[in-house]
Design a protein around this ligand. Structure first.
Ligand SMILES: [Zn+2]
Length: 252
C-alpha cells in the first residue's frame, strides 16, 4: 500500500499524468515542473456567416471546402440555438491573417463565435440574447477581459467586413462587453492624435483607410474611409477608458 502511495506521489511530482511522452522534446532532459496550466485565449472574435442558414454554415464549418477549411468554436443560429464545433482548448480556424495590438496569431489567442446572418439583415433578439449568455459564461470561466470582444473586421480590416455595420455593439456594451464610448464624452484636448488612439485600441494601421472603415463599421454604423465629425471625441473617450484600466492581473 505504502509503495503505491509513493509511486502515485512520484507520478504527481513528475507531472507524468499531464504531459504525454510524445509532447516532450527528445533534445532536452525532461525535468518537469508542476507550475503550469493550459494556454488560454485572451480575446473573443465575432463573425457573421454570410450564409442563408445555420445548417448551411454548420456544413461549411464541419467540412473541407473549395476555398479552404474553416471553423469556429461556436455558431449561434438566428433563432438563438447555440452550437459548439471546436473545444475551447483547441485552435479553431476563424481569424486568418489578422492583427490586434501586438497579437498577430489571433487563432491561437481567441475564441471564435459565428453568428448566422447573411450580412444584410438585422441580428435577431434571440441570437443576441444567446450570445450574451455565452459571453457571460466564457469570459467568467476563461477569465477573458470583458472589453476584449471584437469583430473579424476589426482584426482583418483589409479583408473582412463581419460582423456587418448592423451588429448591435452598443447593446453588447450595455451588457458590459466590448469597448464603447461613455454617454458623456469629454472635450478633445489640443494635440490629440486619433491614430495613436486607434493603435492603443488595437487596430492595425498599415492600411489607414481600411482601419478607419473598420472603426466606423464598429462604432458609427457606416463604412466611410474618411474621418467623420465626432470620431475624435469617441476615440479620445475610448483611449481614456483603456488608460484607466488596471494592468491585467498576473496569474498566478
Ligand atoms: Zn469572419
Amino acid at each position: 500500500m505504502r509503495a503505491i502511495v509513493l509511486i502515485l506521489l512520484a507520478c504527481v511530482l513528475a507531472a507524468c499524468a499531464t504531459t504525454p511522452p510524445e509532447e516532450r522534446n527528445p533534445l532536452a532532459a525532461w525535468r518537469p515542473s508542476p507550475n503550469h496550466d493550459p494556454r488560454r485565449p485572451v480575446v473573443i472574435v465575432l463573425h457573421h456567416t454570410e450564409m442563408e442558414s445555420a445548417e448551411a454554415a454548420l456544413l461549411t464549418l464541419q467540412t473541407r471546402n473549395a476555398g479552404g477549411r474553416v471553423s469556429a468554436h461556436y455558431l449561434i443560429g438566428d433563432d438563438g440555438a447555440l452550437y459548439q464545433l471546436v473545444a475551447e482548448s483547441e485552435r479553431a480556424w476563424h481569424a486568418g491573417a489578422s492583427r490586434w495590438g501586438g497579437v498577430s496569431d489571433l487563432n491561437s489567442a481567441s475564441i471564435g463565435i459565428e453568428l448566422d446572418n447573411d450580412g444584410s439583415e438585422a441580428f435577431s433578439d434571440a441570437q443576441i440574447a444567446s450570445l450574451l449568455r455565452l459571453l457571460d459564461d466564457i469570459t467568467a470561466r476563461l477569465d477573458i477581459p470583458r472589453h476584449l470582444v471584437i469583430g473579424h473586421g476589426d482584426i482583418a480590416p483589409t479583408r473582412k467586413r463581419d460582423p456587418s455595420a448592423l451588429f448591435p455593439w452598443k447593446r453588447l456594451a450595455d451588457a458590459g462587453y466590448g469597448l464603447w464610448p461613455r454617454a458623456q464624452v469629454a472635450p478633445v484636448p489640443p494635440g490629440f492624435d486619433p491614430w495613436a488612439a486607434m493603435r492603443l485600441i488595437g487596430y492595425d494601421l498599415r492600411d489607414p483607410d481600411a482601419a478607419v472603415r473598420a472603426f466606423h463599421r464598429h462604432y458609427r454604423g457606416s463604412e466611410d474611409a474618411q474621418w467623420l465629425p465626432g470620431d475624435a471625441e469617441i476615440l479620445f473617450d475610448l483611449q481614456q477608458q483603456l488608460m484607466a484600466m488596471p494592468e491585467p492581473a498576473i496569474v498566478p
